[in-house]
Design a protein around this ligand. Structure first.
Ligand SMILES: Nc1nc2c(ncn2[C@@H]2O[C@H](COP(=O)(O)OP(=O)(O)O)[C@@H](O)[C@H]2O)c(=O)[nH]1
Ligand SMILES: Nc1ncnc2c1ncn2[C@@H]1O[C@H](COP(=O)(O)OP(=O)(O)O)[C@@H](O)[C@H]1O
Length: 451
C-alpha cells in the first residue's frame, strides 16, 4: 500500500504498489524523472542508506534497478536535483558527519540507456562529480617484457598520493611475488565470464591465452579517491577504452632495437614464464608493435631503453614534478570543497538545492553534526562546463559564488523543490516553499536549528 497525491485536485488517495518497495525511511530524496520517481538514500534505524529505488507512477511498480559504478557513502538529508532530464545531482547530506561531496546518479544518459537495453532491465549509474582540474586516467600499453610493470611500480612508489593502479582481473595463475587484490584480482574463467555478461567490466580481452579485464569498480576506486588512475592493459583493451567515455591518455611503451631480441632477453631475465610462454608472448609482441602504429590509438610512444631515462620521460609526459617525489601530480583535484577558482564549501546537510539554468543554488543547512551550526549562505555550483560521466567521473564542476550574508538572494524562487517520502511513506513535497526565506543570516535549517 501507499498513498498518492493527485496534484490537480490536491487529494490523497490510497494506492496499491507492486514490486520491491524501499524500506520505511526518512530524510531521503525522491526525484521525478518523467513518469518515474527515483528514491535515493535516507535514514532508517539509526543508520543512513545509499540504495536506489524507482517507482513507476503509471504501473505503480517499484523496482530496485541495477546500479553501475560505485555509489556514494550512505547518507540522509542530502539534496537531489534533476539535470537535463538525464542525471540527478546529489549534494551533501550526512551519516554521522556532514558531507560536501557531489555525485551524479545517471538515470537517462546514453550510457544508462545502452546498458538498460543490453540487460533488458532498469539501470542507473553513479558518477562522482569533481571540481577543479581532474586528472585523466592513463592507459599504459606495450608488449610483454618491455617494462610496463617496472615503470608503473616506480611511479606508484614515488608518488603514492597522486597515482593509483587499476587492479585488473585475470584468469592467469599468480606469479611468485604477486598478491591477489594488489597486482591482479586472480579469478576463474567461468566466474569472470559471468561477471563480463553482467557488464561489470569496462573492457576485457583474451591475452596470451588468458582472460584479462578492467572492472568499473577498479577504475572507480582510484578516480573517486582523486588520484590519477593508471591502467596496464593490452592493445585490444586500449582500443576498447578509446571507444569508451573514459577520456584517458594513451601511452605505448616500446623496446629499443632490436626489439624482439631485447624483449626475449628481458623476459628470460624476469624468469617468470616457461620457454613456451615466452615464445607465445614474443609472437604476440610482433602483432602489438604493429597495431601500435595506428596513429589514432596512442597519444605518446615511449622507448624504454635505459630505465632511468624512460622513467624521467614518463614523468615528464604525465606532468609530474620530478624534484619532489610524494608531491601531488599536476592536475590533481580536490574531491569536494575547493573549486578551481578557489571558492570553498563547507560540508552540509539539511540544505536545499534548486536548479536555475545551468547553475544549482545550494542554501542553508547545517555543518558537521558535532557542532550543528546552521548555515546562512548561498553557494552556487556551475554545471555549464560538465563533461565525462558514467562510467567515470563527471568533470568541470565549479563553485562560483559563496555568499555568507546572501543579501538579495533571500527570496529566490525554488524552481525544482526536492520531494521526499516521509517516515510513514506518504509522498510529500519537502520544500514547496523555499527552505530559506527572508534574511538568510537568520536561517532556519531543515532540522530546526537556528543561528
Ligand atoms: N585488455 C586487458 N589487458 C590487460 C589487463 N590487465 C593486464 N593486461 C595485459 O595483459 C598482458 C599480460 O599481462 P601479464 O600477465 O601481467 O604479463 P606481462 O605483460 O608479461 O607482465 C599485458 O599486455 C597487460 O598489459 C586488463 O585488465 N585488460
Ligand atoms: N629499461 C630496461 N632495461 C633492462 N631491463 C629492463 C628495463 N625495464 C624493465 N626491465 C626488466 O625487464 C623485465 C620485464 O619488465 P616488466 O616490467 O615485468 O615488463 P612488463 O610489465 O611490460 O611485462 C623485468 O625483469 C625488468 O626488471
Amino acid at each position: 500500500m501507499g498513498e498518492e497525491l493527485d496534484t490537480e485536485n490536491q487529494e490523497w488517495s490510497n494506492e496499491s504498489f507492486l514490486g520491491h518497495c524501499p524500506s520505511p525511511r526518512s530524510l531521503h530524496t525522491a526525484t521525478c524523472v518523467g513518469d518515474k520517481i527515483v528514491v535515493f538514500g535516507g535514514h532508517e534505524d539509526n543508520s543512513a542508506k545509499n540504495d536506489v529505488y524507482i517507482l513507476d507512477t503509471v504501473t505503480h511498480r517499484w523496482t530496485k534497478p541495477k546500479v553501475f559504478g560505485t555509489p556514494p557513502s550512505p547518507r540522509c538529508a542530502h539534496s537531489a536535483v534533476l539535470i537535463d532530464g538525464e542525471r540527478i545531482l546529489i549534494y551533501g547530506g550526512r551519516d554521522s558527519m556532514a558531507k560536501g561531496d557531489i555525485w551524479f546518479l545517471e538515470v537517462n544518459t546514453a550510457f544508462v540507456r545502452l546498458q538498460s537495453k543490453l540487460l533488458n532491465m532498469e539501470v542507473v549509474a553513479w558518477s562522482k562529480g569533481v571540481t577543479g582540474k581532474a586528472p585523466r586516467p592513463v592507459v599504459i600499453c606495450g608488449p610483454s617484457g618491455v617494462g610496463k610493470g617496472t615503470l608503473i611500480g616506480k611511479l606508484m612508489k614515488d608518488f603514492p598520493d597522486s597515482f593509483g593502479f587499476s587492479v585488473s582481473h585475470t584468469t592467469r595463475r599468480p606469479r611468485e611475488k604477486e598478491q591477489d587484490g594488489v597486482h591482479y584480482h586472480f579469478t576463474q574463467r567461468h566466474t569472470m565470464e559471468k561477471e563480463i555478461s553482467e557488464r561489470k567490466f569496462l573492457e576485457s580481452a583474451d591475452v596470451h591465452g588468458n582472460l584479462y579485464g578492467t572492472s568499473w569498480a577498479a577504475v572507480d576506486a582510484v578516480t573517486n579517491s582523486g588520484k590519477t588512475c593508471i591502467l596496464d592493459i593490452d592493445v585490444q583493451g586500449a582500443q576498447s577504452v578509446r571507444k569508451s567515455p573514459l577520456d584517458a591518455i594513451f601511452v605505448f611503451i616500446k623496446p629499443p632495437y632490436p626489439e624482439e631480441a631485447e624483449l626475449r632477453k628481458r623476459l628470460h631475465g624476469r624468469g617468470t614464464e616457461s620457454e613456451e610462454q615466452i615464445q607465445k608472448r614474443l609472437r604476440n609482441a610482433k602483432a602489438e608493435l604493429e597495431r601500435a602504429k595506428d596513429p589514432t590509438l596512442f597519444d605518446h610512444i615511449l622507448v624504454n631503453a635505459k630505465l632511468d631515462e624512460a622513467y624521467e620521460n614518463l614523468k615528464a609526459l604525465l606532468g609530474v614534478d620530478s624534484i619532489s617525489p610524494h608531491a601531488k601530480a599536476n592536475g590533481n583535484f580536490e574531491h569536494h570543497g575547493e573549486s578551481a577558482n578557489g571558492f570553498e564549501q563547507e560540508a552540509r546537510s539539511g540544505h536545499s538545492a534548486s536548479l536555475m539554468g545551468s547553475k544549482v543554488l545550494i542554501c542553508g543547512g547545517v555543518t558537521a553534526s558535532a557542532s550543528t551550526i546552521a548555515l546562512g549562505d548561498v553557494a552556487v555550483l556551475d554545471l555549464s562546463k560538465i563533461s565525462g560521466g558514467a562510467p567515470g567521473i563527471t568533470r568541470g564542476l565549479n563553485w562560483v559564488v559563496t555568499n555568507s550574508s546572501a543579501n538579495g538572494i533571500g527570496n529566490h524562487n525554488m524552481q525544482q523543490p526536492s520531494v521526499s517520502l516521509s517516515q510513514n511513506h506518504k509522498l510529500v513535497p519537502l520544500t514547496s516553499e523555499p527552505l530559506v526565506a527572508g534574511n538568510l543570516s537568520s536561517t532556519k535549517a531543515a532540522n530546526g536549528f537556528t543561528r
